[in-house]
Write a protein that binds this ligand. Structure first.
Ligand SMILES: [Zn+2]
Length: 350
């Protein structure tokens, strides 16, 4: 028997613990009657994406169009593999579904947002000065591609953070990007929304510094954070929609937008918070919650376990029973095997 060598990262719903995620996966599989089918994994995946299949296909097709085959492949695989693990000290079982972890995946996106929000609330150190919300805008430009808009605003923000003014007042911060489309013109608007730990900055000075960093007159908004609990909600609200809805109507544009977004961090820290673990991919937390990895024994792929149980393996059947799945009925073996009929044109040709 092998033990788990990789981090267990089940597909978690917002607010769910690892145990609850495993239990939900198991219950879903059971309720789907997956054991009466030859391929429980595929049935589980169809169930997970039952309401979002169309959007998911749009994104996968756009990623292929954008020549990101590996990312498309990983997204296509999301929730398609189910594995059974056994926790050796307690002899309890866990069913794990894999997940792609991309923010534009209909299954993983909301989880990423939830995790990011929780981590902002839990991990931001107490401010040295006071917390403020800062919105930095840049004027929309005719038909400028999304990649260019993102590069432009991020470069300007880096420039701003190198100014004396910034160093004098701001000690730390975290930011996210917001991407919207203007309904009338169809042009992209990319803004930066940040939480900063700063002393009181005169608005007009910051405004001038931002315009200079952007090399064009632009506006910003600065307001004090009244309730620290609002910080997580603030960032999460902008992360919840990685792409504007209007983009889904235009396949070519969606492809180029996704191509521009791949590799751009969802949330980024700077100053004294630089390097703080606010990453939205929460592998370590998932691993910690599941206990030491070497205590988990890998039992097998659910598809294959069911197949083996049906084929007479008492060990596979025992594992499934102990994991709470009940008896696997050897229905497929009992049923007389009928050969599928060939389609009519082949039939005629033969
Ligand atoms: Zn996913």
């Amino acid at each position: 028997m092998t033990t788990v060598t990789q981090t267990m990262r089940p597909s978690i719903h917002p607010g769910e613990t690892i145990d609850a995620a495993h239990e939900r996966t198991r219950t879903t599989l059971k309720e789907l009657g997956a054991y009466q089918s030859v391929n429980p994994n595929a049935r589980f995946q169809n169930f997970v994406f039952r309401n979002t299949q169309h959007r998911r296909h749009q994104i996968i097709a756009a990623l292929e169009e954008a020549r990101k085959p590996q990312i498309a492949e990983r997204m296509r695989d999301c929730c398609s593999k189910l594995y059974l693990y056994r926790h050796q000290p307690t002899a309890s079982y866990a069913t794990r579904a894999n997940s792609c972890g991309y923010r534009w995946c209909p299954n993983c996106g909301p989880v990423q947002v939830y995790m990011a929000r929780r981590r902002v609330l839990e991990n931001l150190p107490p401010p040295q000065h006071r917390l403020s919300f800062l919105t930095l805008t840049q004027p929309a430009v005719l038909d400028r591609p999304l990649g260019e808009c993102i590069r432009n605003i991020r470069t300007a923000f880096t420039r701003l953070r190198k100014t004396d003014l910034w160093h004098k007042y701001v000690s730390a911060g975290v930011y996210v990007l917001e991407i919207t489309l203007n309904n009338q013109t169809g042009w992209y608007h990319v803004h930066i929304h940040a939480i900063i730990d700063a002393r009181y900055i005169p608005d007009h000075q910051l405004q001038d510094a931002w315009s200079e960093a952007l090399r064009t007159p632009a506006i910003l908004n600065l307001s004090a954070v009244d309730n620290p609990l609002a910080t997580g909600r603030y960032l999460a609200s902008y992360m919840a929609k990685p792409l504007p809805d209007e983009l889904y109507a235009d396949h070519a544009r969606l492809a180029s937008a996704l191509s521009a977004l791949v590799g751009v961090p969802t949330m980024k820290t700077f100053g004294a918070w630089h390097g703080l673990h606010l990453a939205t991919r929460d592998r370590q937390a998932a691993a910690d919650a599941a206990g030491p990895l070497d205590e988990w024994q890998f039992i097998g792929d659910i598809d294959l376990l069911v197949f083996r149980a049906r084929s007479g393996s008492t060990l596979a059947a025992q594992h499934l029973r102990d994991a709470g799945y009940g008896e696997v009925l050897p229905t497929l073996l009992d049923r007389p095997q009928t050969k599928p009929r060939p389609p009519p044109w082949l039939f005629n040709a033969a």
